[in-house]
Write a protein that binds this ligand. Structure first.
Ligand code: COA
Ligand code: ZN
Length: 306
């Protein structure tokens, strides 16, 4: 199959990234970060999560953040919702795109959202029904699709079954996630053909964490199967507090650098993403893991000292 001519990058740094920071970032800084991301050409920017503040204290300010960001024309700002309570909160703020989230691993799902996978599908049936009747766009996350942090088995068939159920509920897009960054390209080669038997290719997104350095290899494998939507985090932020050992997503700068070099259109300005990453690095006060970000910083430092 020819590689896609263009790819959509879904920016998840403000959600997947900031949910995993030790320090709670002020709402004003979150808003400034999202506003910087909104200027980059990204068309999908996950803004926050309307989850229990006890589960994710880092995003307890979802209302304030969502209300405060300047919504750029042509950009969608999906928000995570785990249940009807989260849905009502998101709707009250004017969200028009949501993401529900379950997983292939039962053990992870229980710890993450205190439900079995089956219970999560039941919960989301009503959430998605309401969202669709309210005219919203809905994404369904399937986490731990490449392995569980708790050692329980995850098979491609289990991933496929959850994806099909979410599609039947009415999800517009599925994001198949390697939450703990254990996946390798041969797993991608197995999973994508299995999924596209039942799910249109253009509804599939992949979400790779780079914990073991395989994220870009996995992106490339998925591109070869025609997948054209990928999640990424500016600077390589990211991780899930309920997935021990999970580190950041593939860096937005990294995926943009690779796609640009391959002649694949994204419509996103890498330099402007880097500016957003620099801003958030100053707030969280630790180094960022994106290799392309680091290389650009190092090149600039060399110029400055020469
Ligand atoms: N927003 C705000 N508060 C919520 C909420 C929501 N969406 N859902 C539940 N709550 C509150 C309830 O009101 C209740 O509050 P109380 O103790 O003051 O009465 C409390 O949380 C417990 O509610 P319950 O329905 O029993 O939920 P739970 O304890 O079984 O937790 C979830 C289930 C889904 C709410 C919780 O596990 C969660 O938010 N998980 C998200 C994890 C996450 O975001 N992970 C990272 C993304 S992969
Ligand atoms: Zn993630």
């Amino acid at each position: 199959m020819p590689l896609p001519k263009s790819v959509t990058v879904v920016e998840v740094g403000a959600r997947d990234g900031l949910q995993n920071e030790k320090t709670v970032v002020d709402a004003a800084d979150k808003i400034a970060y999202v506003d910087l991301l909104s200027r980059t050409g990204l068309r999908w920017i996950e803004a926050t999560s309307f989850v229990s503040p006890k589960a994710i204290p880092q995003l307890a300010d979802a209302e304030e953040v969502f209300a405060g960001i300047r919504k750029a024309p042509g950009v969608r700002y999906p928000v995570l919702v785990p249940n009807l309570k989260g849905y009502e909160r998101a709707k009250a703020c004017g969200a028009d795109a949501i993401a529900v989230f379950t997983a292939a691993s039962q053990a992870f799902t229980k710890r993450n959202i205190n439900m079995s996978v089956e219970e999560s599908i039941e919960t989301f049936a009503e959430v998605v029904r309401r969202a669709k009747s309210d005219g919203m766009w809905v994404r369904g996350y399937v986490s731990t699709a490449f392995g569980s942090p708790f050692g329980d088995a995850v098979t491609p068939q289990m991933v496929r079954d959850v994806c099909v159920q979410l599609t039947e509920l009415g999800c517009d897009q599925l994001s198949v996630g390697d939450t703990i960054g254990v996946g390798v390209p041969t797993q991608v080669d197995e999973i994508v053909p299995l999924l596209v038997r039942d799910i249109p290719l253009d509804r599939l997104a992949f979400h790779f964490h780079d914990t073991r350095g395989t994220a870009l290899a996995n992106v490339y494998a998925a591109l070869q199967h025609g997948v054209a939507v990928f999640d990424a985090s500016s600077g390589g932020l990211g991780g899930c507090p309920y997935a021990p050992g999970a580190t950041g997503n593939v860096g937005t700068e990294d995926i943009l650098y690779m796609l640009q070099g391959m002649g694949i259109e994204t419509g996103v300005d890498l330099a402007l993403v880097r500016a957003a990453s620099r801003f958030i690095r100053g707030v969280i006060d630790h180094d960022l893991t994106s290799k392309a970000f680091q290389a650009l910083e190092a090149a600039e430092a060399r110029v400055a000292t020469s």
